[in-house]
Design a protein around this ligand. Structure first.
Ligand SMILES: NC(=O)c1ccc[n+]([C@@H]2O[C@H](COP(=O)([O-])OP(=O)(O)OC[C@H]3O[C@@H](n4cnc5c(N)ncnc54)[C@H](OP(=O)(O)O)[C@@H]3O)[C@@H](O)[C@H]2O)c1
Length: 205
């Protein structure tokens, strides 16, 4: 007799789990928030636009998904610290998953790139991932999900291949791969898994 495996939701239940997903109002981040929440996780997300966040929160509430939101520009250190304080309070000093998703794509031939553009992309895409991981570490140590805490860094195929006109963006993503490997080895003994996902082109906002 075939075993009753239950529904997809039962098999992959995340009931009781908690997640922070940056950049959840659009695109890939929005889809991740919904998917995690559909499997029962409580999710907190952020972006820079308060009105869009509230609209998303309202729609998620209508779908009975447990999602809280707060404004955060991940390129600003003080904003990142405030975000993690909010997450700490919301999830009682514990976190199971951090998804470093928020980032900006930037196209410009390299010779024309300014130091401000370089610095802005490095801060938004790379430094935010490093710092949010640092801030999340004590919360992830108390993860209650089976297998321990988990960090997912949203990288790009641009981090592994030549990407003409996207040099700064591709550099942030290439560095993200090394950050991921280093944190995975450093925090493995703490039972915190660190992985990166590197999609190709996806039509998003
Ligand atoms: N789409 C692709 O083809 C593709 C391919 C490979 C990798 N990726 C990666 O996947 C991730 C998501 O991409 P996407 O295409 O879904 O992007 P998207 O549609 O532009 O959405 C980006 C999300 O991040 C937020 N965000 C951007 N800058 C932010 C900041 N400084 N602080 C806080 N939130 C910020 C945006 O909201 P606000 O702008 O309102 O703040 C939005 O919610 C990125 O890491 C990207 O590099 C995308």
């Amino acid at each position: 007799m075939a075993a009753d495996c239950g529904s997809r939701e039962e098999m992959w239940s995340l009931a009781g789990a908690t997640a922070l997903v940056t950049g959840g109002t659009k695109g890939i981040g929005h889809a991740i928030v919904e998917e995690l929440a559909r499997f029962g996780a409580r999710v907190h997300t952020c972006s820079r636009n308060a009105a869009e966040l509230e609209e998303c929160r309202r729609r998620w509430e209508e779908k009975n998904l447990q999602v809280t939101v707060s404004v955060c520009d991940v390129s600003i250190r003080a904003d990142r610290e405030k975000l993690m304080e909010t997450v700490c309070q919301t999830f009682d000093s514990k976190l199971d998953m951090l998804v470093n998703n928020a980032a900006q794509l930037f196209y410009k031939p390299t010779v024309g790139c300014t130091s401000e553009e370089y610095s802005n992309l490095m801060t938004t895409n790379l430094e935010s991932t490093f710092h949010l991981s640092q801030l999340a570490h004590p919360l992830l140590l108390h993860a209650s999900i089976v297998g321990g805490g988990s960090i997912i860094n949203m990288s790009s195929i641009g981090g592994s291949i030549g990407f003409a006109g996207y040099t700064i963006y591709a550099t942030t993503k290439g560095a993200m791969h090394q950050l991921t490997r280093s944190l995975a080895t450093e925090w493995g003994p703490d039972k915190i898994r660190v992985n990166a996902i590197a999609p190709g082109f996806i039509t998003t906002d």
